[in-house]
Design a protein around this ligand. Structure first.
Ligand code: SAH
Length: 221
């Protein structure tokens, strides 16, 4: 049996449900996916704490509340094709896999992509495909997506991501630099228009690649 079962139920009721995330499918997915398996064993005792955790290579797995919030903003019902940019540990991808029909997740670091692939396979998440590439401009091959979620901070919402959204599709991403970021929610409307609203301040690692931050730009921020 999963020794962290109780801790995980507590994480969801105290950190997520109590703070206003209500989508029952999101809550169920977070009660189900074993977050500790996505971090190295030395962090297992902290895996259900209310904060981000290191995934290796200087990257982090987001705070559970932020994972829940970003996921719930996509309003997934189960039939969607979803793209994630920034696989990291693969935890967010596993949650998305439970809530959508098909998930592509892109990671720029081959070692992280390989590790995430392995854990996702062990968990039987066969509708999640991890792609090793610069995902800052999305993955046009499988577009349009009904949901796109970016888990690294961009200078602005990359135009190719907006173009890869289906009608009424939603894009959730952090925009900003090392001094401050906001979570943005974009939705594609009729006649090629987009609605954008800002949701809350957040703190993510930088997006790299063509539409991301250059090393010196991020640091001089
Ligand atoms: N969603 C992850 C956390 C992401 S941390 C989780 O659940 O664990 C942000 C990730 O974005 C890092 O792994 C980083 O390597 C990756 N990243 C940064 N720029 C990227 C790019 N241009 N394309 C793909 N991945 C990128």
């Amino acid at each position: 049996m999963d020794t962290f079962f109780e801790q995980r139920q507590k994480m969801v009721s105290e950190q997520i449900e109590a703070r206003g995330i209500r989508d029952p499918r999101v809550l169920a997915a977070m009660r189900h996916i074993p977050r500790h398996l996505f971090v190295s064993a030395e962090y297992w005792d902290k895996a259900y704490d209310d904060g981000p955790l290191p995934t290796g290579l200087g990257q982090t797995i987001s705070q559970p509340l932020i994972v829940a919030l970003m996921t719930s903003l996509l309003q997934l019902r189960g039939s969607e094709k979803v793209l994630e940019i920034g696989t990291g540990s693969g935890y967010q991808a596993a949650i998305l896999g439970m809530l959508a029909s098909q998930v592509w997740s892109i990671e720029v670091f081959p070692e992280l992509a390989e590790r995430a692939r392995k854990i996702l396979a062990e968990l039987g998440a066969d509708n999640v495909t991890v792609v090793t590439a610069d995902g800052s401009g999305g993955l046009p091959e499988y577009s349009p997506y009904q949901g796109i979620l970016m888990t690294a901070a961009a200078p602005q919402a990359p135009l190719p991501l907006l173009e890869q959204l289906d009608l009424h599709g939603r894009l959730v991403l952090p925009v900003g630099d090392s001094r401050g970021q906001e979570l943005q929610l974009w939705e594609r409307g009729e006649q090629g228009g987009f609605d954008m609203q800002t949701v809350t301040p957040v703190a993510f690692v930088p997006l790299r690649g063509v539409y991301g931050w250059k090393e010196d730009e991020w640091k001089s921020g």
